[in-house]
Design a protein around this ligand. Structure first.
Ligand code: GLA
Length: 702
């Protein structure tokens, strides 16, 4: 093994120092450096070594992927743990390396502490980097507190972008300067959460979608976690991430190991390129859905808890007439569930409402040519349920009882094998008997003092493992079964759950004004086909804003389309208009769900987003006005992502009703221009009122 390893893939270079028996140190991660001979690699490593000033901590540069206190690192620690107060300052040395394709593995030991550390760095084909570490104990029990991995970013990454949010308003961006200190975002509620940042980005000043180098990390874990951007006084800038462990949550007996979640890292010249790398990776996985995403009708905002077999059969019939391909019965179907105060945990069909069970509805749905989906919340329990009455000991309790309710519910400790078997058995039996093709898997309460009974020890890590196990075993037992990850909307959006989920529900908010932003930012990680995007009611149920059908439909067009309107009360005109959008989606979904997502760097009052076919033969864009611009008309919209020297025919398309607002002359019969002109200059945008949009199609002219 050379002292410096250079891995290249997908326009990305990763240069790692492996010398001196030390843990791996990333010298460069980002733009492809081309072919470099060994001598140049050695010089590259030397060129980055800093001068050491007076009184400075002489930490050997560059900083390893897992930083160590005994080497003098005074920033966020990479590895923390102890054996009842001893063996608390591990120092891993004698590292050996092996390379398998573009996966570099380092094995190091702390001989004095009887600990071993493995670090894997894998540069995936499209240029996404992922890192993972595994610590193994060979001595007395050793408590793991922290195992945090990091990537360096260069000193010209001066600006940070991360996200916050709340219920029905996930992924609100916040930008700030990358100052000395650590900007830390933590999730401590047993899931990433609605306020989770999902990604931590650092980039060149003013980086946008189309330009400015930017680097970002994501922790592929569905439980407690931390991501941080840290700049230490000595100069290093790093992005890092880890699982957050509770006290004594992971104590390794002799021979036992703890494996960190993967830290995923992507970069780009502009945010679009960074996101495209994530999308490329996700699409390359064998578990990525390969069939066209079926158009869904979901019953939630149509009927809420008011289940009635005749109504739902009629709704299914209207759904089929609309062209829906999947019919999903949401919350309200199980034993005694009339509202959200009872029954979670009792996963059997309520015969009081469904005297013949759900079988007749499921059969009718299939007869109509759709598949059948059902809502579950497998990790949850209401105290008012048969399950809670029979097995109170299955509910988390850290020593003060079951704790605060949230949405009237508590969390079932799936670490109890009997609890796991009980829930698995109930869900699996229904999947069999009803022929369920799709589970909307919800998670509406945070895990707070989630103690295992009877010991009271922390149970969050184990819970996440058991959820993964249940998803894995359910999909293995029922081939073709798809799972949606919902947690009060977008509270569990991560690459851990995405190993099992075919899509996420990014938000309970179907208001297109909000959805534009929520989908745009969730889309930094997930490609459109993995986001559920539904057309909701005229008046949004979460914001009470009203929007015309065309705007609601246009914002839902891009992802895994669904309809959450009560089709039984829709007028004939509304139904016909909706059907035109469903048909338009189906005609374009291959492009939308395989192409490259692009955004314009626009003024705050407008948005430009689109998808360009992978061979750049066609593209679809939406130009939206979100606020009233101070100047009018709004100016040109530049259409990014096309091939510079190819001619494209560009025209507006109106799947719903006719064009809204004042249209510039070119829209009357289209224009033919090169990709270079369209990207650099664009075409004049129509003058639209706020919360209105127009679709623009570009097709390569042969
Ligand atoms: C959560 C989900 C919603 C819906 C309701 C049902 O809020 O996010 O989409 O399924 O539960 O109770």
């Amino acid at each position: 093994m050379h002292d410096v390893v250079h891995l290249r893939s997908g326009g990305t270079s990763l240069v790692v120092a492996t010398d001196g028996g030390r843990l791996p140190r990333i010298i460069h991660w980002g733009v492809d450096l081309g072919d470099l001979p060994d001598a140049a690699l050695a010089d590259l490593a030397r060129a980055g070594l800093p001068a050491i000033g007076d009184s400075a901590v002489t930490y050997p540069q560059p900083v390893p992927v897992v930083a160590q206190l005994p080497e003098g690192w005074l920033g966020r620690p990479g590895v923390v743990g102890s054996s009842a107060g001893t063996r608390w300052a591990p120092l891993f040395r004698d590292a050996t390396y092996s390379l398998d394709g573009t996966c570099l593995t380092c094995d190091a030991v702390d001989a004095e502490y009887d600990l071993a550390l493995r670090i894997e760095l894998e540069l995936l084909p499209g240029g996404v980097l992922r890192e993972r570490a595994t610590i193994t104990n060979h001595g007395d029990p050793w408590r793991v507190e922290t195992l945090e991995l990091a990537v360096p970013v260069p000193s010209h990454a001066t600006e940070l972008l991360d996200f916050t949010g709340r219920w029905a308003l996930e992924r609100v961006p916040q930008r700030h300067s990358f100052d000395v200190g650590a900007w830390v975002r933590e999730s401590r509620g047993g899931k990433p959460g609605l306020e989770n940042t999902m990604l931590m980005l650092a980039g060149e000043q003013g980086f946008g979608f189309r330009s400015g180098h930017v680097w970002g990390v994501h922790v592929a874990w569905s439980g407690n976690q931390v991501v941080a951007a840290e700049r230490v006084p000595a100069g290093s800038r790093r992005l890092s991430g880890a699982e957050l462990l509770l006290p004594d949550e992971v104590v390794l007996a002799t021979g036992e190991s703890y494996e960190s979640p993967w830290l995923y890292a992507s970069w780009g010249d502009g945010i679009d390129e960074l996101a495209a790398r994530f999308h490329g990776y996700l699409r390359s996985r064998p578990e990525h859905p390969s069939a066209a995403r079926p158009v869904i009708v979901n019953t939630w905002e149509a009927v809420y808890f008011e289940h009635d077999p005749d109504t739902l059969v009629r709704l299914a019939e209207r759904s089929a007439a609309l062209g829906a391909e999947r019919f999903v019965v949401d919350d309200g179907w199980f034993l005694g569930r009339r509202d959200d105060t009872t029954s979670l945990g009792d996963w059997s069909v309520d015969r009081a409402v469904w005297p013949s069970g759900l079988e007749p509805l499921a059969a009718r749905v299939r007869e109509l040519g759709m598949d059948f989906g059902l809502w579950f919340e497998p990790e949850m329990v209401n105290l008012d349920s048969e399950l809670a009455r029979e097995h109170p000991d299955w509910i988390f309790d850290a020593g003060h009882g079951v704790g605060m309710p949230s949405r009237h519910q508590h969390v079932l400790d799936l670490g109890h094998e009997q609890a796991y078997d009980h829930v698995f058995g109930q869900v699996s039996a229904l999947v069999d008997s009803l022929g369920i093709a799709y589970i909307k898997w919800d998670h509406n309460r945070y895990l707070l003092d989630a103690g295992r009974t009877p010991s009271g020890r922390p149970g969050v890590h184990r819970q996440v493992e058991q959820v993964y196990r249940m998803m894995r075993e359910l999909t293995a037992a029922h081939p073709g079964l798809e799972i949606e990850s919902c947690a009060s909307g977008g509270g569990r959006v991560d690459l851990g759950i995405m190993r099992f989920a075919a899509r996420v529900w990014p938000s309970d908010c179907n208001d297109p004004h909000e959805r534009l932003e929520i989908q745009r930012w969730t889309g930094l990680l997930l490609p459109p086909e993995l986001q559920g995007t539904h057309i909701g009611a005229e008046e949004s149920h979460t914001t009470h804003r009203s929007h015309p059908l065309d705007y609601r439909a246009e914002k839902a067009l891009w992802g895994h389309l669904g309809v959450e309107i009560n089709l039984l009360t829709a007028s004939d005109d509304e139904f016909a208009q909706l059907k035109r959008w469903v048909d338009f989606h189906k005609a374009n979904r291959e492009l939308l769900h395989t192409g490259t997502v692009v955004h314009g760097d626009t003024d705050a009052a407008v948005r430009l987003e689109g998808v360009v076919a992978t061979d750049a033969s066609a593209a679809l864009y939406a130009f939206s006005v979100v606020e009233r611009p101070a100047t009018w008309p709004p100016g040109r919209m530049r259409l990014p992502g096309l091939q510079p020297d190819v001619l494209y025919r560009v025209e507006t398309v109106h799947p719903g009703v006719e064009a809204h607002g004042a249209q510039p002359p070119w829209t009357h019969d289209g224009v033919t221009l090169t990709g270079r002109v369209l990207g650099a200059l664009g075409v004049e945008a129509p003058s639209l009122d706020p919360d209105r949009s127009v679709l623009v199609r570009a097709v390569r002219r042969d």
